[in-house]
Design a protein around this ligand. Structure first.
Ligand SMILES: [Zn+2]
Length: 275
């Protein structure tokens, strides 16, 4: 959980008001089972991913989809975020991935991912797993398979969508982020890290936020629309308005037949009648 907070703490500052409340509708692309809930607590949001490795956080409306076009109308959500997902997209599809995030955002989008300056850290993590005689997790192999994007490539992908102004978002210090990942993944440190997060969640969010540093291996961009407008999906009627904003990623017009899967996620992988 600590390494989740390193990613989400700077984004929480942008999205939560002084009372810790989300102002409007939020889509988290590549959320996994926790996503924004690691900093947002009970604030409702929509998470979409190709896979959930555990029960989704109670605050999340979880949608299971396939890679490619997002299954939503243009400008469906006020804010769309995607943290540490871009590096799992094949290099040739990364600009299109950011364009999709921007397309479904009515006000702003936030894109965060580790850049290729983290390649040495990935190597160190692989050696840590090897020393313990364990297989490195899939996300580490995917980093190697696709190659982490350069700082310049992330900047170019975030500058590309028309109708937006892009500005850089400083992310937490690299060493601190690495230590958080080690604490989360080392079997002996894991219980301590969990207990610490449960005891003082705000402390860790503050620590990571205060360490934000433009030289971090993790790069962040905020894309703001020149003409922001209220989104169709509303925070106060999240499930119904989300279902109404669904659009077939293939034809754009056919009706979905979503079903809940075994962990309670709304399964859109076979939900479209045109398939
Ligand atoms: Zn269709």
């Amino acid at each position: 959980m600590l390494n989740w907070i390193t990613r989400y703490a700077p984004v929480a500052d942008l999205l939560l008001d002084g009372d810790g409340r989300l102002a409007d509708s939020l889509l988290d692309v590549g959320s996994g089972s926790v996503g924004f809930a690691c900093v947002g607590g009970d604030q409702p949001f929509v998470g979409i991913d190709v896979d959930f490795w555990g029960p989704p956080a109670p605050a999340m409306v979880p949608l299971r989809s396939v890679p490619g076009r997002l299954p939503f109308a243009d400008r469906a959500f006020d804010t769309v975020i995607s943290l540490d997902a871009l590096e799992h997209v094949p290099p040739g599809e990364r600009e299109g991935f950011v364009a999709e995030i921007a397309r479904v955002a009515a006000r702003r989008a936030v894109v965060v991912c580790p850049c290729d300056e983290a390649a040495g850290i990935d190597e160190l993590m692989r050696r840590m797993y090897a020393r313990r005689g364990e297989e490195a997790p899939g996300w580490l192999w995917e980093h190697a398979e696709h190659g982490l994007p350069t700082r310049a490539a992330v900047a170019a992908a975030c500058a590309a969508p028309e109708g937006f102004a892009a500005r850089e978002l400083a992310m937490p210090n690299g060493l601190l982020s690495l230590l958080a990942t080690v604490a989360d993944t080392d079997p002996e440190l894991q219980p301590l890290a969990r207990a610490e997060v449960a005891r003082r969640p705000g402390l860790w969010a503050d620590l990571f936020r205060d360490s934000a540093d433009p030289s971090s291996f993790r790069v962040g961009w905020v894309l703001e629309r020149h003409d922001p407008a209220p989104a169709a999906v509303r925070r106060d009627d999240l499930l119904a308005t989300t279902l109404a904003a669904l659009r077939c990623p293939r034809c754009g017009g056919c009706a979905p037949w979503p079903e809940r899967d075994g962990i309670g996620a709304i399964d859109l992988t076979h939900a479209w009648s045109c398939a």
